[in-house]
Design a protein around this ligand. Structure first.
Ligand code: SAH
Length: 248
């Protein structure tokens, strides 16, 4: 049976609480009762939780055994900032797909007013990621970094595959790039609605990113992000399973 999953607001060794909007939702909408069971993530671990007391301000749980949980995909998504409604949708879907980190990029063609407003939006994006985490029954909330400009991004751990999704790449497809590679972790970069500038394409090249194409059709940024994350999810899982088999 799958129980609803909640991420605790506070916890001790054997108890946890949900407060604020989470408590209000549990008490008023779900009419939670003492003795009911949920999955509670506390301190990064998912455990069986039994409701000990509940009102609209605070729901308290006794924490029992840990529940097996999957680690996030070792996948980072550099997601250029674009129109917020679609951006929020992309964050929700990338969270469901298991990405570990989303890095909002202020690209040169990110519209000025969006770039200015992005900093104040991060808290909302983190809330969306947290809700999607619970809904998807993930254990770990993906990290949503503060918005950055490309030139301030630091290089990833050695061995990380870096794929630049480029609408102007004509030869190398995502598929061909992946079939000739093997890496324990990956990063993908998605451009804004106006696409990447030449200067940005050069920055990526200098920093060892591999430009890849998703085919002759131009996808909207959020479609490109989700499509690529899905393929990478399958690819990374395949490598993980293969290396586990090898180890045992
Ligand atoms: N305005 C641009 C398209 C930008 S699409 C134009 O009309 O040419 C936004 C982003 O989605 C791109 O920067 C790229 O990262 C990704 N993308 C969209 N279609 C793609 C494709 N066919 N191959 C690779 N990346 C693609």
């Amino acid at each position: 049976m799958t129980r609803r999953r909640w991420i605790a607001d506070t916890w001790t060794e054997d108890s946890a609480t949900l407060t604020g909007t989470q408590a209000a939702h549990l008490a008023r909408v779900l009419r939670v009762r003492v003795g009911q069971e949920f999955d509670i993530v506390a301190n990064g671990v998912a455990r069986r939780g039994v409701v000990e007391s509940a009102d609209a301000e605070c729901v308290r749980f006794r924490l029992l055994e840990a529940i097996a949980s999957e680690a996030a995909l070792p996948l980072t998504c550099l997601l250029s900032v674009f129109k917020f409604d679609r951006y929020e949708w992309a964050i929700e879907k990338l969270t469901e797909l298991g990405v570990a980190t989303i890095l909002p990029v202020l690209a040169q063609r990110t519209e000025k007013h969006l770039a200015q407003a992005a900093v104040a939006r991060v808290e909302r994006w983190r809330r969306i990621a947290r809700e999607a985490t619970q809904q998807a029954r993930r254990t770990d909330v993906p990290e949503i970094a503060d918005p950055v400009r490309l030139e301030n991004i630091t290089a990833p751990t050695l061995g990380t595959l870096q794929l630049l999704l480029s609408e102007v790449e004509e030869e190398r497809t995502l598929w061909s790039a992946l079939s000739s590679q093997n890496a324990p972790a990956a990063q993908i970069a998605i451009g804004p609605i106006g696409g990447w500038t030449d200067a940005e394409l050069q920055w990526f090249e200098r920093n060892q990113w591999l430009p890849v194409s998703l085919g002759p059709r131009i996808l909207r940024a959020e479609t490109a992000a989700i499509a690529t994350a899905s393929v990478l999810a399958a690819w990374l899982e395949q490598h993980r399973a293969a290396s586990n088999n090898h180890a045992s």
